[in-house]
Design a protein around this ligand. Sequence first.
Ligand code: ADP
Ligand code: ADP
Length: 228
Amino acid sequence: MITMENVSKTYSNGVTALNDISIHIDRGEFVYIVGPSGAGKSSFIRLIYREAKPTKGKIIVSDRDLSKLKERHIPYLRRDIGVVFQDFKLLQKLTVYENVAFALEVIETSPRSIKRRVQEVLKLVGLEAKEKMIPSELSGGEQQRVAIARAIVNNPKVVIADEPTGNLDPDTSWEIMKVLEDINSKGTTIIMATHSKHIVNTIKRRVIAIEDGVIVRDQQRGDYGYEI
Ligand code: ADP
Ligand code: ADP
């Protein structure tokens, strides 16, 4: 599903965020990305959905070689990848329904199938009763569930989550993890950067640890491995 071969990323300010990374992630895996702040986790994630370009190396996502991907083909890549952020990034003036429908409208799905699909994903994340509300009327956990619904509405092959529970209390974080596990059990690959020791050590999955831009550990059913 995702392959990186000798990938490095140096930003225009000279900072090398990733240094000669090689990794393979299979279809259907659930992978945690852990490591200290500034280690390169977000850079790793941004390379996958082509929000950043590698300085060196090869990246294949869903059978697409990103180095050969033309700008005008980026939207097709993005249909295969759902992204969830720590701060939700919802459109504040739109309702829950509209936030989720938006992702489908831009790809010109018919109105009837948009309605059916939006209601289906809102049900999946447990928000079917709140489709007319706007983000500011929802709790943090509910807003993150809207963001997850938006991320999966196109049936992406991969969901990438950059600290999805970073702004949530522990109980709400577990609810979000249940939703992500549920999505993963249906075959979607999940890549999640996190600082939650408790989550990683409880829901045991593959752990890739990045420090100073290199992969220092890659374990099946791994531990968080840091004190906080
Ligand atoms: P690139 O080299 O990939 O083109 P840039 O250095 O131009 O990246 O920065 C891209 C964006 O990231 C800019 O909007 C910039 O303000 C922001 N940015 C710059 N430095 C940092 C940093 N240390 N951490 C996070 N974002 C940063
Ligand atoms: P993490 O997600 O693990 O905190 P990042 O990938 O955000 O790590 O950052 C890795 C390093 O790259 C840090 O030194 C950070 O300041 C730098 N960095 C991240 N994004 C940018 C950017 N857009 N421009 C310049 N430097 C950046």
